[in-house]
Design a protein around this ligand. Structure first.
Ligand SMILES: *Cc1c(COP(=O)(O)O)cnc(C)c1O
Length: 432
């Protein structure tokens, strides 16, 4: 099995953290997102402990809520001493409703509106990561109107290509995110921020991309960012207190993916590299922020479906068609992401039926995976798709007016509903 919290029980059913996934599918209906709470807590704790061990005081792990966001995530983060990265007023609202402290929120976005900025200021969000010069000017004015001084960081594009999919690579020079170092824009905007009265520049942010399986892109990014900090110090006498290196640590979706990465080892390497570079460049060693999203929640998740039809087209291909699809997992349709699937109620039988796992939406591209080997299923069987904790529920839509599935957390043999399934009434709630 891809992960060791997955197993096959005495009934031959797939179990997640010891809980029978078929029983869960029957109890809550399908499609259904299942999450192993212990797996999430363990991942959070790995980041928190490693960061305490390797980085200076003030360093913080921020969970990137865009990977998976609902109220009950936030008490877990709060309890384990993590902050959170938020990218919309919706995510801020969710965190605050769950009792998460605003001071531990870091607000991102490359197109924050005036309303977004006012909302963040009113709610006293701890940090705003400014993406562009227009946002900086406007934030300074709005903070001035409220007689506030907002802590900010500037998002920079370090020009690093982490060799992942184009769609999830964000640190290259031609990215739509952030201020470009190479053209001098970043240094100029830094100078402007330092003159302003209603923002306090705390440091710099970058995020090179996603699905990274080794330390190199992080070391490269840290190197570029530290050189930039040395330049800012030389030009303006400014010592940045914080360096935020974003998220991006990879997870395994299929057996052919690289080995799972040892987070503690990568952070230890990063810490040594940063300490040496700071010494060499004669700058203060900054506190480090990291923003893991996928690596916290992806492998905790399993999506359950019920097979509706097995369509065989002799000489062409065979489809297994389920009661979900791109509405609950758009990642194959978006960028060809690969997944591992199992017939959960026949998990002890050989997977010798190559097929395309397709959904119920009115789009030919509504596929969860191609060339997947399953045990030959029949109508009513339960299919489990693994590693769906990140960017599945958070990307779910109501296309074709399907309601979004429920989310259930399992922990120590118990299950609890954390997001209820959307009803037909929910689907017309906003219609007038
Ligand atoms: C997406 C994103 C993250 C999280 O990335 P993961 O690959 O899920 O770890 C963190 N920070 C920023 C700014 C992001 O855009």
């Amino acid at each position: 099995m891809l992960y060791n919290h997955l197993s096959i029980n005495e009934q031959g059913h797939l179990a997640l953290a010891g809980v029978d996934t078929v029983e869960m599918a029957e109890k809550y209906g399908t499609p259904l997102y299942l999450l192993d709470e212990m797996q999430i807590r363990t991942k959070c704790w790995t980041y928190v402990q490693s960061m305490r061990k390797h980085f200076p005081v003030g360093s913080t792990a921020l969970y990137a809520g865009k990977a998976l966001c609902f109220k009950q995530m936030y008490p877990i983060l709060k309890q384990l001493g993590m902050g959170a990265d938020v990218v919309s007023t919706g995510e801020i609202h969710t965190a605050l409703e769950a009792g998460f402290p605003a001071s531990m929120l870091v607000f991102h976005g490359n197109a924050k509106t005036d309303d977004d900025l006012r909302y963040a200021l009113d709610k006293r969000v701890g940090w705003i990561v400014v993406d562009n010069p227009e946002e900086l000017e406007r934030l300074n004015e709005l903070a001035g109107e409220k007689r506030a001084c907002q802590k900010i960081m500037l998002r920079l594009t370090p020009g690093i290509d982490p060799h992942t999919f184009e769609a999830v690579s964000t640190g290259k020079v031609d990215s739509k995110f952030g201020l470009v170092i190479e053209t001098g824009q970043a240094l100029e905007v830094t100078g402007r921020a330092l003159e302003m009265k209603n923002v306090e520049l705390m440091g710099f942010h970058c995020h090179v991309g996603s699905q990274i399986f080794d330390s190199k892109p992080f070391l490269d990014a840290a190197g570029v960012m530290l050189s930039f900090m040395a330049e800012a110090k030389q030009k303006y006498g400014y010592n940045a207190q914080v360096l935020n290196l974003g998220g991006g640590i990879g997870v395994r979706y299929v057996e052919s993916d690289p080995e799972e990465i040892d987070i503690d080892k990568v952070l230890s390497e990063l810490s040594n590299y940063i300490t040496n570079q700071c010494w060499r460049m004669k700058i203060f060693s900054p506190a480090i922020f990291l923003e893991p999203g996928r690596s916290i929640v992806a492998d905790a998740g399993v999506t359950m479906y019920t097979v509706q039809s097995v369509k065989q087209i002799p000489g062409y291909k065979d489809y297994v068609i389920v009661d979900g699809g791109m509405t609950d997992n758009p990642r194959y349709a978006l960028y060809g992401a690969k997944y591992t699937a199992i017939v959960a109620n026949k998990a002890d039988r050989p997977a010798d039926f190559p097929c395309t796992l397709a959904g119920r939406c009115c789009e030919s591209g509504d596929v969860i995976g191609e060339n997947i080997a399953l045990t030959r299923p029949e109508r009513g069987d339960k299919v489990a798709v693994l590693t769906t904790g990140a960017y599945n529920y958070s990307m779910a839509s109501n296309y074709n007016r399907f309601g979004r599935p429920a989310v259930v957390m399992v922990c120590q043999g118990e299950d609890r509903l954390v997001v209820r399934r959307e009803t037909l009434e929910d689907l017309t709630r906003c219609d007038v």
